[in-house]
Design a protein around this ligand. Structure first.
Ligand code: ADP
Ligand code: MG
Length: 723
């Protein structure tokens, strides 16, 4: 990253005066922008490409494997590898990479060249079935929470044929990326993909069993569907280069509130600045070429904040595409002289960034099972599944919170921002009214007997568009899907969806058992389902909340209802490894106790490390940039002379003293936080974060006392309003 101009003498090195008056023209994208829409998926080894390039029987067997979610026949791999390689070479790829998702939440690639020495001084391009199917990255470089300790550094990546390979183009070349799972040699998941795939199987099995009781014998597979709205900030890269806090931690650790923030809402409703629009368009074109079905883009509430959202896909591909979206946004932003900040809270006092994880369940015939439907049969099925979701969310509140926990996301969930850390559900007025009718003991079906023969819908029409939407709810029914809004903007969505799929599978399985018994005892489907829904609602209605999630009153009411309020990551993470969590993941074969423990350890460690880096960065910035700036200011006042000198220096000295005291205290806790996982996490939370707060309070006061040209950090107003 290069600051635009040579630093002028003095402290303000990040931009020469006037440098930003004319923003640099957007750098040209790697390829000239085509007129109109580019070919979608041009860089994807998609089913369409496979049909053209694979022998007919190989293609048919591969597609059948994918559709059934079955294990891959090893002898298919050679033929697929051959076709994939030829295609990738035509795309300009020089290397291939097993692309995987270690527990860091980011993606990892290990590149291998296609070249294979021929022995006569030349080389041929080679890529075998074995190389496609299996790779061996050095597992010791990735977090594995103690799984490594026993099994040493050995891990392998395994091809996931259900997520298509793609060619990633960078200015430096093109690489064939093969989505893979990452496991230890003993088969333990070291990544986010394996549990997600297992949870999708669990959900499919459980829901299919339920569908049979509803008379559906045709569906062979159901899929969790996911569409993720991604929020992010764009900031001129020259400001970022001059902010060691943004560079090291992704958020500003200092910065007095600007005179103008997000109060006017002028950003949200304003038009998108040209450079930003060019960046967005580039990102969208690149994502389209990679087969990511981006659909919408718009401004968000805070200045400099935006959102991008795709059309939903199956959870596994949707999750892979979400990782690609973050990667592409960050890469493309740099080509436009911008930095894409994915941190959950880059700027204090402004809205943070989240991810809305829209989730539903679809059949292989393309039917959305969380759509209320028009016929009595569809509506009963819908009510049954909704009840299962309600039971799952209430029973496993802690798990859902833990799946979204991170040091960065605590600034949203644990602070005064939507959604709150308390998990609750919004159902919409109509659905709630319906459940209340049942709760009063009233029947909603008008006639007993063969439901399908009724002919007319017995339920009141349920709105397709969730009615009055509640933006503060962490888990909202929005007409034909649930929207889980607690995820942080920088997080992988895989874990949250793994949890959702698993807990819903568990609830569906339990309720299906009950339904089967009731039907066996001669109950009609309509009355059996209504009994179940009524009972589930009675047991779990405490999770339903339609009020204002920001309000203090909700904190008290939630406590009275017995709902969990896990404000910080160290509070939330233990819920990953409760006996109930271990049991539910174990029942469905999604994560073993060891795999869960490993995740717990990795996330605790990540939390402590992140906050530790923030503490060290804050202390360093205060000592080496802010204190010197204050001393310069002091000299400036003294050299000016005059009657105001005592007043001005007194004010400055008071703040400076508070800052120096604060830095000393921060340095002391930084040095003594220890290194044991859980204990350290508590200490960084209870000591480093408050000490950083004290340093920041003094520094932000100082920002108002120091001359603009002496202040060493770009200010909020500059970063937020200059694009
Ligand atoms: P919002 O009003 O919250 O912006 P939208 O209706 O625009 O909601 O949809 C937001 C996201 O929800 C999109 O990514 C969309 O693809 C996704 N979505 C829609 N239907 C489903 C579904 N059945 N399963 C999963 N996601 C869905
Ligand atoms: Mg939304």
């Amino acid at each position: 990253m290069t600051p635009g101009t040579a630093p002028a003498p003095g402290l303000r090195a990040y931009a020469a005066p006037g440098a930003l008056a004319a923003p640099p023209a957007a750098a040209p994208a790697s390829a000239p922008a085509p007129a109109g829409l580019p070919p979608f998926g041009a860089q994807v080894f998609s089913a369409a490409v496979q049909r053209r390039r694979l022998p007919r029987d190989v293609f048919a067997r591969l597609q059948a494997t994918i559709a059934r979610g079955a294990t891959l026949d090893p002898d298919l791999a050679g033929a697929v590898a051959q076709a994939m390689k030829d295609w990738a070479l035509e795309q300009g790829a020089t290397h291939y990479a097993h692309w995987f998702q270690p527990l860091t939440g980011a993606t990892a690639e290990k590149h291998d060249s296609f070249f294979s020495p021929a022995g006569d001084g030349t080389a041929i391009a080679e890529f075998s079935g074995t190389e496609l199917v299996k790779g061996e990255p050095d597992a010791s470089s990735f977090p594995n929470g103690g799984v490594r300790a026993t099994f040493e550094a050995r891990g392998y990546t395994a091809w996931d044929p259900t997520s298509p390979a793609f060619v990633l183009r960078r200015p430096t070349g093109a690489v064939l990326c093969i989505p893979t799972a990452f496991a230890s040699w003993t088969g333990e998941a070291l990544d986010h993909k394996i549990p997600l795939l297992r949870s999708m199987d669990a959900l499919s099995n459980a829901v299919l069993a339920a569908l049979r009781l509803f008379g559906d014998d045709a569906s062979a597979r159901v899929t969790a569907t996911v569409g993720v709205e991604q929020e992010y900030f764009l900031v001129d890269e020259r400001f970022v280069a001059a902010r060691p806090d943004l560079l090291a931690t992704g958020r500003t650790l200092f910065g007095a509130p600007p005179a103008k923030g997000q109060e006017l809402d002028d950003h949200y409703f304003g038009s998108i600045p040209e450079r930003v629009l060019a960046c967005m368009l580039d990102a969208e074109l690149e994502l389209a070429a990679l087969g990511v079905p981006i659909k919408t883009r718009h401004n968000e509430v805070a200045p400099g904040q935006y959102e991008i959202a795709p059309v939903f896909e199956g959870a596994n591909v949707g999750s892979d595409h979400q990782q690609l979206t973050m990667q592409v946004l960050q890469g493309v932003a740099r080509r436009h002289g911008l930095v894409c900040l994915l941190h959950e809270k880059p700027f204090a006092g402004l809205n943070g960034s989240g991810k809305h994880n829209n989730w539903s369940i679809g059949t292989d015939a393309g039917e959305n099972l969380l759509d209320p439907g028009d016929t009595p049969a569809e509506q009963l099925r819908f009510l049954f599944l909704c009840a299962a979701v309600m039971q799952a969310v209430d029973t496993h509140q802690g798990l859902l919170r833990a799946a979204t926990a991170s040091a960065a996301n605590d600034h949203r969930l644990g602070a005064n921002e939507a959604p709150p850390a308390i998990m609750s559900m919004f159902l919409g007025a109509e659905l709630e009214a319906l459940l209340e009718t049942l709760a009063r003991g009233e029947e909603i079906a008008t006639a007993p007997g063969d439901l399908l023969a009724l002919g007319t819908p017995v339920l009141p029409p349920l709105p397709k568009d969730g009615g009055d939407r509640n933006r503060t709810s962490p888990f909202a029914f929005t007409g034909n899907k649930f929207e889980f809004r607690a995820l942080g903007s920088s997080q992988s969505v895989a874990l949250a969806n793994t949890v959702l799929n698993t807990i819903v599978a568990d609830a569906v399985a339990g309720l299906t058992g009950r339904l089967a018994r009731a039907l066996g005892a001669g109950a009609t489907l309509a009355s059996a389902v209504q009994d179940i829904v009524r009972d589930v609602y009675a047991a779990h209605r405490r999770i339903v909340f339609h009020g204002d999630g920001y309000a203090d009153a909700w904190q008290d009411e939630a406590a009275a209802r017995g709902l969990l309020n896990l404000r910080t990551t160290p509070d939330a993470l233990p819920h990953l490894v409760t006996p109930e969590a271990v049991a539910v993941f174990g029942r469905h074969g999604v994560l073993s106790e060891r795999e869960l423990e490993a995740r717990y350890e990795v996330f605790v460690e990540q939390y402590a490390t992140r906050v530790g880096i923030e503490g060290a960065t804050a202390a360093q910035i205060a000592r080496t940039l802010l204190v010197p700036a204050a001393l310069h200011q002091r000299r400036l006042i003294e050299s000016a002379g005059g009657p105001l000198v005592p007043t001005l220096t007194e004010e400055l000295d008071e703040v400076l003293e508070a800052l120096v005291e604060g830095v000393r205290a921060l340095e002391a806790v930084n040095a003594s936080a220890g290194d044991d996982g859980a204990a350290r996490a508590l200490r960084v939370r209870d000591e480093i974060l408050p000490a950083m707060g004290a340093v920041r309070a003094a520094a932000d006061r100082l920002e108002h006392l120091v001359a603009d040209e002496l202040w060493p950090l770009p200010r909020y107003a500059e970063m937020l309003h200059q694009r």
